[in-house]
Structure formats: structure tokens, C-alpha cells
Design a protein around this ligand. Structure first.
Ligand code: NOJ
Length: 497
């Protein structure tokens, strides 16, 4: 009898533990330079491609700019206080390349840029918050775009030059580096020319530009990683990773063709950038090499539109990250076949995907709330890439900016439950979760029409006043307790229905 009681007690304790994130698990929030800083032409900053896009192109839905954005450039003290109060372990932010190197090249460094980030990093550390720095989050200096941007293979040297400046200036204090944010979205939105997703520089090169862009970004990444490994790792003792995003692609049915279609789509999205770095044999996924090679031939191209790596590059890329930064938001359902015009990324994959209309929506048309997809993709990553360390570097919900943001609270709670189970029950090696976003901010082509922040920003006030939303209190409680309490009711907020 006594043994039974002890066993039951132990089980009870184990399942109670299952409800908690591991003790060493870390939480954070994220932003990126162009989306929050403002001060676009202040104190020596050079022009970048988002300055150009917002001033001269017309694909931003509300015609807005990031000229002022959240004015984070002028609000370091306010923001660090908010972060401290929130209780985060990490603040993930990006460095504006053209604030550091106004002309893109490393021949001239802007002292004000160095000063600004030094101050931010120091204040974070003084308050017990680890800076996690994204080296490049889409805001390429215009001078480098004028040379072809990421379609120009020389860019890999320029990114390395810039990264060296950052390591030298900040590497004594920054221990988490992310080379590149979401190369797949950047190359697709910026170089494919699809009307569905537009990002600067808004090139129109379907089925070609994105692969060139991706290739250069992958080569740039390994150069930065290998440089750090060789010259700085011993001294600075930091970790260098890369951030990829992926939707979870669920097969439309158990049918083999549907299962293959979903798998193909995953390989074309996450595999495109993760396979060369994290898989056992490296290089692009074989399904990409095969399909793009075959279609390019049929389309009469003299060679595959997907560039090839040399053996040396394959070796250098393989294993070139200390962790996978992973951004996840939503799920889609896939089946084989597409009517997409050729050549294009979509016709290369040859898969059609859609979302279930019954899934709860957000203010972003692409973002439906499907928490179970999160656990599935984390397990896909675990099995595909030998359970490498994953840091969730973004996850979040878009609404119109309510302070009592019940939609965001529900989203976060339910996605975090899936993450917790992926860790505790499935053994996924996820060590931290970083919510997107700390503040409401400039959401690229959607301008200020979609809000992702845990803190509201009043974009009509010159002060850009920040107000804590319900979700920030909810998150604060999760960080404090290591647990998700779905009934948590912060004082002063109306109950969620
Ligand atoms: C991905 C990007 O990294 C970030 O800049 C963007 O705002 C969010 N996802 C939301 O779309």
C-alpha cells in the first residue's frame, strides 16, 4: 500500500512538473531596428532600402514610414525599464547596418551608431537582461542594394566586414548573435515579385532572384560563423546562430500524395535554409535540387535556376551554427499540384496550400491560430536536424492594438502550452522562447495596420507613449512562475470572454 502511494505521489509530482517549463528555460521579447528605431536620418545614419521603399515606392498599405516608428532610438531608458519590469531574460533586437556603416562598407564607422548600441547593451546588462543581437534584419544599406543586393555574390564579404565591426565593438558583452533573420521571407518577398508578399527591394525575378539571394545569404552566414569560431569564440565565448521561419504544413489527408506534398513544401521553405546548415549531409534538400533542376531543363535554361555549392562550401556550411533561431506563427494544409505560372517558387514546389476557415483569425490575413502546428514543426525539426538546440526567436499574434488584448493572450497561452509539451513530453531541445513583439511597430508592407506588441505605442503622440497591454501582464506571470495559468486575471482588465 505504501509503495503504491509513493508511486502515485511521484507520478503526480512528475505530471505537475510536466506543466512547468524547465528551470533553466529562458524568456524574451524581440524587435528589429527599422521597425522600432525611427531616427532614420539622425546623427550620421545612412539610407537603407526601407527608407527608400517607404519614401519612394507605393506598396506600404497605409503609406506610412519608419521615419519615427516607436522612436526607440530616443527611448532607451524607457524601454529598458519596461523590459526589466516584464522580467525577460533576453531582449532580441537588430542592429541597423546603415546606422553603423552609413555607406554600407566598413571604410567608415559612424561613432553615433556605436554609441547608441553601446548604451542600449550596457543598460540591458545593468538590468540583468541578455542582449541577443540580430546582425541583419532586412534593412540593407541602399548603397549595397544599388550593387544588386543579395543577388551579388560579393555581398558575403560585405556582411562579414560589417559583422567584424559589430564583434569588435560589442562582442565583449553580446553573447548571442543571429547572423540573418528569415532569409526565406526576405528572398521571397524582396526578389520574387509576387503581389502576395512584397518587401524591399521589391525586385521582380520569379524563380530566379530568390535562389540567388538565398545562396548569397547562406554563404554570407557561414563566413561570419567561421570567422567568429576561428578568431573570437575562445575570447568572447558567445554563440552564433541564424534565424529561419516556417509555417507548419499539414497534409490534406493521410494519402501518400498529400503527405509528400506537405513534406515537399516544408523542404522548400525551412529545408531551403536549414538543410545546408543543420542536416547530416548538408547542401540544399534533394527534393529542391531535383525539382528545380528538372523544371529548369524543361524550361530551356542552360542550368538549374538553383545555384550549386562547391564541396568546400557544403562542408563550411554544414554545422555552421550554434543554435537554430526559429520563428513560428501559423499552419497551412497542403495537397499536390499548382496552377502557378512558371518559373516561380510556387511552381517549383508544385504544391497548393490553404488554411481552414474555421481556424481563429488575426488581423493579418496569413496568420490563423493553430497551436498544434507548433508542436508538430518542433518535432519535425527535432527529427530532421538531430535535435539541435532551438531558440524560438519569434512567435506572436496580430490584432488592431487593443489594450485588453484577449486574442493575443489566448494565442500565447495556447502556443506556449504546445511548446512546453514539445519540450517536456517529446524531448525537443528548445532552450528559450522570445515573443514577437515587445512593442507595436512598423509591420513592413502592412505599415501600422497590424499590431503585434505586448506594449501599445501611441503613434499619434510625439512622445510615442507606451502602455502595457493585458498580454504583457500575462507574460510577466508566465516568466515569473514558469507556468501558463489560463485563468490569470491581471487587475484592472475586463475578463476575456
Ligand atoms: C517576421 C519578421 O522577422 C518580423 O520582422 C515581422 O514583423 C514578424 N515576423 C511579423 O510578421
Amino acid at each position: 500500500m505504501r509503495t503504491l502511494i509513493v508511486v502515485l505521489l511521484l507520478r503526480c509530482l512528475a505530471s505537475a512538473d510536466d506543466q512547468k517549463f524547465p528551470n533553466e528555460f529562458k524568456f524574451g521579447v524581440a524587435t528589429s531596428a527599422y521597425q522600432v528605431e525611427g531616427a532614420w536620418n539622425v546623427n550620421g545614419k545612412g539610407q537603407n532600402i526601407w527608407d527608400t521603399a517607404t519614401h519612394y515606392n507605393n506598396f506600404i498599405v497605409d503609406n506610412s514610414t519608419g521615419d519615427v516608428a516607436c522612436d526607440a532610438y530616443h527611448k532607451t531608458d524607457t524601454d529598458v525599464n519596461l523590459l526589466k519590469n516584464l522580467g525577460v531574460h533576453f531582449y532580441r533586437f537588430s542592429i541597423s547596418w546603415s546606422r553603423i556603416l552609413p555607406y554600407g562598407f566598413a571604410n567608415y564607422t559612424n561613432p553615433d551608431g556605436i554609441h547608441y548600441y553601446n548604451n542600449l547593451i550596457n543598460k540591458l546588462l545593468q538590468n540583468g537582461i541578455q542582449p541577443m543581437v540580430t546582425i541583419f534584419h532586412w534593412d540593407l544599406p541602399q548603397s549595397l542594394q544599388d550593387l544588386g543586393g543579395w543577388t551579388n555574390p560579393l555581398m558575403s564579404d560585405y556582411l562579414l566586414d560589417y559583422a567584424k565591426v559589430l564583434f569588435n565593438q560589442f562582442g565583449d558583452r553580446v553573447k548571442y548573435w543571429i547572423t540573418i533573420n528569415e532569409a526565406q521571407i526576405l528572398c521571397t518577398g524582396g526578389y520574387e515579385g509576387s503581389p502576395l508578399m512584397k518587401l524591399a527591394p521589391d525586385y521582380n525575378s520569379p524563380g530566379i532572384g530568390p535562389y540567388l539571394c538565398g545562396h548569397t545569404l547562406l554563404l554570407s552566414h557561414y563566413k561570419v560563423y567561421r570567422y567568429y569560431q576561428k578568431h573570437l569564440k575562445e575570447k568572447q565565448k558567445g554563440k552564433v546562430g541564424i534565424t529561419h521561419q516556417s509555417i507548419w504544413y499539414e497534409p490534406n489527408s493521410k494519402n501518400k500524395d498529400d503527405v509528400n506534398a506537405a513534406e515537399t513544401k516544408l523542404q522548400f521553405e525551412l529545408g531551403w535554409f536549414a538543410h545546408p546548415i543543420f542536416s547530416k549531409y548538408g547542401d540544399y534538400p534533394s527534393v529542391m535540387k531535383q525539382r528545380i533542376g528538372r523544371l529548369s531543363k524543361e524550361q530551356n535554361y542552360p542550368r538549374s535556376r538553383l545555384p550549386t555549392f562547391t564541396m568546400h562550401e557544403i562542408r563550411e556550411l554544414r554545422g555552421s551554427a550554434d543554435f537554430l533561431g526559429y520563428n513560428h506563427y501559423t499552419t497551412r494544409i497542403c495537397k499536390p499540384g499548382t496552377n502557378a505560372t512558371q518559373p516561380s517558387l510556387e511552381s517549383d514546389a508544385g504544391v497548393t496550400c490553404f488554411q481552414n476557415s474555421s481556424w481563429p483569425s488575426s488581423s493579418a490575413p496569413w496568420l490563423k491560430v493553430v497551436p498544434w502546428g507548433f508542436r508538430k514543426i518542433l518535432n519535425w525539426i527535432r527529427t530532421q536536424y538531430n535535435n539541435i538546440e532551438v531558440i524560438v526567436t519569434e512567435n506572436g499574434f496580430a490584432d488592431r492594438g487593443d489594450i485588453n488584448d484577449c486574442g493575443r493572450v489566448k494565442y500565447m497561452n495556447s502556443y506556449l502550452e504546445e511548446l512546453r509539451d514539445a519540450i517536456n513530453k517529446d524531448g525537443c531541445n528548445v532552450t528559450a522562447y522570445i515573443a514577437w513583439s515587445f512593442l507595436d511597430n512598423f509591420e513592413w508592407g502592412s505599415g501600422y495596420t497590424q499590431k503585434f506588441g505586448l506594449y501599445h505605442v501611441d503613434f499619434n503622440s510625439p512622445n510615442r507613449t507606451r502602455t502595457a497591454k493585458r498580454s504583457s501582464y500575462n507574460y510577466q506571470n508566465i516568466i515569473k512562475t514558469g507556468k501558463i495559468d489560463k485563468n490569470y486575471q491581471p487587475p484592472g482588465f475586463q475578463k476575456c470572454t
